[in-house]
Design a protein around this ligand. Structure first.
Ligand code: DX5
Ligand code: ZN
Length: 216
């Protein structure tokens, strides 16, 4: 199980230190939440911040675009140093084009699904994907409550993917107690913001998540 701390819950005025802290704590990748105030009711960061983070960490950058018409910006985010770029299925009528664009630019393409979006949204882009980000909250804010309907949904996504080597990542409200059941249902990456940055010892949370996941 890979653990991806979401910097949404970091201290943005001390971002480099917070990133160094989770890197030292054993994070596998860094999750960057990009919000535009249109697809979601909140605004966060753009490519400039991704570029600044790129210079401060060796961790792969997993950039989660919660923006409308993501195809207009994927190039900027890849050039800024994103290793993975995830677009929402609900945010573009041109999902396949956006994914192909991300791959052509040299990054790994991902699709995110809101809690109410069925896994069948992936059906005709299965071969264009490196990752599926299954939302376990409605996107827009950190610190929300985990929606347990995500468990059977992960199974559905895994069934659709078949033997393809695609990561299934879960994002929103993930705490240590969810790591075991999420692993059992087929998740391979856990995104966690408040659970990791809000803890006095992030390393303990990361270790606990990983060991709960590997115990199933
Ligand atoms: C929600 C974001 C998540 C969020 C996770 O819109 O996509 O990545 O930051 O934070 P927690 O773990 O606090 O729900
Ligand atoms: Zn996210």
């Amino acid at each position: 199980m890979k653990i991806a701390p979401s910097i949404l819950s970091a201290d943005f005025a001390a971002l480099a230190e917070d990133i160094a802290r989770v890197e030292a704590a054993g994070a596998d990748q860094l999750h960057v939440d990009v919000m535009d105030g249109r697809f979601v009711p909140n605004i966060t960061v753009g490519p400039i911040v991704v570029e600044a983070i790129r210079k401060r960490t060796r961790l792969p950058l997993d950039v989660h675009l919660m923006i409308v018409e993501p195809e207009r910006y994927v190039g900027d985010f890849v050039r800024a140093g994103a290793d993975m770029v995830t677009v929402h299925a609900e945010a573009t009528p041109h999902l396949q084009r956006a994914l192909a664009q991300i791959r052509e630019l040299g990054a790994q393409p991902g699709v995110a699904l809101n809690p109410s979006t069925p896994p069948t949204a992936l059906q005709f882009v299965l071969d264009d994907l490196a990752l599926v980000l299954v939302m376990s909250v409605n996107p827009g804010f950190g610190g929300q409550r985990f929606i347990p309907g995500v468990y059977p949904k992960i199974r559905h996504v895994r069934t659709l993917l078949g033997p393809r080597p695609v990561e299934v990542s879960v994002d929103g409200g993930v705490k240590v107690e969810h790591a075991g059941p999420l692993a059992a249902h087929g998740a391979s990456v856990l995104v966690a913001g408040s659970a990791i940055f809000g803890a006095p010892h992030p390393a303990e949370v990361i270790k606990a998540m990983r060991s709960a996941a590997s115990a199933v």
